[in-house]
Design a protein around this ligand. Structure first.
Ligand code: WQD
Length: 345
């Protein structure tokens, strides 16, 4: 897809990351021109090769830390973007407990810098990467955007809640910013081309990459963290959404902001499938779809895990004209295809 000279430019911070890179593809497919900013502290430059494979051309990428005010200002001066999608953040829950100041400094300062630079350069549209972790263990399910946020279970989760409040308060101060905070549920899968996917940087904390690495023989066995929860099969329930569905939701969010003829606005929107799946069902579906028998054992609960959380996606369907289209089976097939691809390297 060759860029037309007047494709609207979108700054994508963390654009070489798992969700960011898939969103870059969806942006180009929707006629936008992404401008990536990434310091590659939690991603690899090979992602740019994957993007070139899918898109048939290079995407502008600045290697910079989003906390580097001089670098970020220079990018705003050079690139006439019409919006920002802010993915760049540290996101390892466990590490955030060990190193809270690293998370508060990095995740909050980078957002504050963006909110200072955007009005200065006439950039009004912001889509922010938030997380269902702000809900904790909801009293009622499925969880809606009106469900009260609960105290975060980790400094990582707290940076997401605080970031939402920073954006809300900035908008309420009449800053000329229109913002949507998208609360992701559990992103899984990979681009169907297997040119992009979730990079295995260290031992996976998340379920699906651990499943695919176990199936690939990289891990000897998967531990299911607890089967004594109050759920149909005793294992936790989550809302697993294909990363390409999630990417497409960002394009719809940008379009929504573009259409708004107001100077300032802020809202939050759940981005999930609306379906809850247990851990054992993820395993069973993976085995059915791939023909691989997974070696797993039942272990103790993981501290901090909520029992079940899944989304009410009525608002996303209505406000963004968006619905997750890909099935769990497709997500797991795509995740496995990606794992097989990178295991061959
Ligand atoms: C899912 C389920 C585990 C690994 C986290 C973050 C959240 C978001 C998504 C960034 C749980 C179980 C897992 C394993 C297991 N990240 N599990 N064995 O914890 O729902 O959400 O990632 O925004 O903010 O908190 O995802 O994939 O880690 O766990 O049994 O080896 O799988 O107990 O029930 P989680 P997860």
């Amino acid at each position: 897809m060759t860029p037309t000279g007047n494709s609207p430019k979108i700054l994508v911070t963390g654009g070489a990351g798992f969700i960011g890179s898939h969103t870059v593809v969806s942006l180009v497919e929707a006629g936008f021109e992404p401008v990536i900013v990434d310091d590659f502290s939690n991603s690899e430059r090979s992602v740019l090769d994957g993007l070139r494979t899918i898109l048939g051309r290079d995407v502008t990428c600045y290697t910079a830390n989003c906390n580097d005010s001089a670098a970020m200002e220079a990018i705003f001066q050079k690139e006439a973007v019409i919006g920002v999608i802010h993915f760049a953040a540290y996101k390892a829950v466990g590490e955030s407990v060990r190193l809270p100041l690293k998370y508060y400094r990095n995740n909050l300062d980078s957002l504050i810098l963006l909110l200072e630079l955007m009005p200065k350069y006439g950039v009004h549209n912001l889509v922010f990467s938030s997380s269902c972790t702000v809900y904790g263990q909801p009293e009622q399910l499925p969880v809606t955007e009106a469900t009260p946020r609960l105290p975060a279970q980790s400094p990582y989760g707290n940076t997401k809640a605080i970031s939402e409040d920073i954006i809300r308060d900035t908008v309420q101060s009449q800053a000329p910013i229109k913002a949507l905070a998208l609360r992701y549920f559990n992103p899984i899968g990979a681009h169907p081309s297997a040119a992009l996917g979730e990079l295995p940087l260290g031992v996976p904390a998340n379920l699906v990459p651990f499943i695919t690495q176990t199936a690939a023989g990289i891990r000897s066995s998967l531990t299911v963290y607890g089967n004594d929860y109050n759920t149909p099969d005793g294992t936790c329930i989550r809302d697993y959404i294909h990363v390409v569905d999630l990417a497409e939701a960002h394009v719809q969010a940008l379009r929504k902001l573009n259409e708004q003829n107001t100077d300032s606005s802020y809202d939050v929107i759940n981005i999930g499938t609306g379906r809850g799946e247990t851990v054992l069902n993820i395993i069973k579906t993976f085995e059915q779809e791939t023909g691989v028998n997974l070696n797993y054992t039942i272990g103790p609960r993981r501290p901090g895990d909520v029992e079940q959380v899944y989304a009410d996606v009525t608002k996303a369907n209505r406000d963004l004209n968006w619905t997750a289209r890909r099935s769990l089976a497709e997500s797991l097939r795509d995740a496995w295809r990606w794992q097989q691809k990178i295991s061959l390297k």
